[in-house]
Ligand binder design. Structure first.
Ligand code: NAP
Ligand code: MG
Length: 428
């Protein structure tokens, strides 16, 4: 389904000379797109913001072509969640998707939405279908300073999302005995290692990963580094884990040398491997502006540290990148349920739409790049700039007003904030 909007920007009483007006009129022509974006609509407050963003900030300027999938929970339930898989296949087909936050059902949602089943997390389904890695980047603005003073530029965190402790097998040892690691080949052959001989109670854990998953992770990281022209850091504990972690190190190096080294050199960026403890120490002293690839557990822990140090989850974008270069953009936060219930009760909300706006601009830029439409790329850049300038001028939502170092702040409600961004956009 294609979605187009009506021109709503006409205004003959604009100030400025003839040349300026001509320039404005030229800009007022709606930008054309070639290939549709895969649009994945979502739930609750973010679904409300989604509509406002499209109406105020996109449709007046772009002849927006999207293939629309309604991933709202009611529709997922109606379609037995087929719509989620269909949207992932569409992302495969077109290459670029933009996703609104969605509810991951739990027991309470089963009742609230009268669900036939406790459907799986759409993000999990899409990630599995695209075999992707998630990259999270803070949106940096003046007035919302990171806790770490020297972080001048964003740090993008890439987390491997398969295996290790998240797919572990554990045993509580309650008596003396020998623990062994045994691998039985399909042909019946066995490889055996003694883990420990217990003289009393203790604990045991088995973890795994696959070369295929590590390769996909590595490729997604190299692809994204090239795409965003940023240095790539990767770290493990290979000095201690001489087979497990060392395999991660070797796979990354092998893929880098064989497939990416030249392109990195051409782009003037580098791949940097170090030990995880060294990486943590360096990150704290760095200026930012790089991608930090982390194993699953490191990524879990470090992404929370990096995002909270940068200020707010509502200022964090997220993009899923598949090893074959499919991009799905979204906000890092959820559906902001508490605000939605206030909205339903007729109360005013002040929900931050920045991460959702940046999901759209990320997707539009990527579409513009792939289809050779520089105007679309520059529009997306201008919309990002307008969003940042609006906040830096002191107009912001409540969540930011609580943490900003700016004086003279005007707190805007959800809708007003988007309208303020439009006002700024019109001046750029
Ligand atoms: P959440 O939607 O991220 O919101 C948690 C709290 O963080 C909010 O109540 C709000 O704090 C603050 N917040 C988050 N985003 C904000 C924004 N844009 N503007 C202002 N404040 C913001 O997490 P949740 O309430 O735990 O989850 C709600 C639903 O989202 C769940 O059903 C979950 O399954 C889903 N979820 C989806 C995704 C996704 O699709 N990617 C990710 C996470 C969660 P205050 O209430 O203090 O103002
Ligand atoms: Mg975590």
């Amino acid at each position: 389904m294609c979605d187009t909007g009506k021109e709503s920007r006409g205004n003959n009483k604009q100030p400025g000379g003839k040349a300026q007006r001509a320039e404005r009129n030229k800009r007022m022509e709606k930008m054309q797109m070639k290939t549709p974006l895969v649009e994945m609509d979502g739930d609750e407050m973010t679904r409300i913001l989604w509509k406002m963003i499209k109406e105020e900030l996109l449709l007046p300027y772009i002849d927006l072509k999207t293939e629309y999938y309604d991933l709202g929970l009611a529709h997922r339930n109606e379609t037995d969640d087929k719509v989620t898989m269909d949207s992932a296949l569409a992302a495969r087909k077109y290459g670029v998707a933009v996703k609104c936050a969605t509810i991951t059902p739990n027991a309470a949602r089963m009742e609230e939405y009268h669900l036939k089943e406790m459907w799986k997390s759409p993000n999990g389904t899409i990630r599995a279908a695209l075999d992707g890695t998630v990259f999270r980047t803070p949106i940096v603005v003046k007035g919302i300073e990171p806790c770490v003073r020297n972080w001048e530029k964003p740090i993008t965190l890439a987390r491997h999302a398969y295996g290790d402790v998240y797919k572990n097998t554990e045993i509580v040892v309650d008596r003396p005995g020998k623990a062994e690691l045994v691998f039985t080949g399909e042909d019946g052959s066995e490889t055996r290692e003694t883990i420990h001989t217990f003289t009393g109670p203790g604990i045991l854990q088995g973890i795994h990963n696959t070369d295929q998953s590590i390769r996909s992770f590595a490729k997604a990281c190299f692809t994204y580094a090239l795409d965003t022209k940023q240095e790539l850091w990767f770290a493990t504990k290979d000095t201690i884990s001489k087979k497990y972690d060392h395999t991660f190190k070797d796979v990354f190096q092998e893929i880098y040398d064989a497939e990416y080294k030249e392109a990195f050199e051409e782009a003037g960026i580098s791949y940097f491997y170090t030990l995880i403890d060294d990486a943590v120490a360096r990150v704290m002293k760095a200026k930012g502006g790089f991608i930090w690839a982390c194993k699953n557990y490191d990524g879990d822990v470090m992404s929370d540290m990096v995002s909270s140090a940068f200020g707010s989850l509502a200022m964090m974008t997220s993009v899923l990148v598949s090893p074959d270069g499919i991009f799905e953009y979204e906000a890092a936060h959820g559906t902001v349920q508490r605000h939605y219930y206030k909205h339903l009760a007729g109360e005013e909300t002040s929900t931050n739409s920045v991460a959702t706006i940046f999901a759209w601009t990320g997707a539009l830029k990527k579409r513009g790049e792939l289809d050779g439409i520089p105007a679309l790329v520059s529009f997306a850049d201008r919309l990002e700039l307008a969003t940042i300038r609006t906040i830096e001028s002191g107009r912001m939502t409540k969540d930011l007003a609580l943490i900003t170092s700016l004086k003279d702040v005007q707190v805007k409600n959800s809708e007003e904030f988007i309208k303020e961004i439009r006002k700024t956009l019109e001046t750029l």
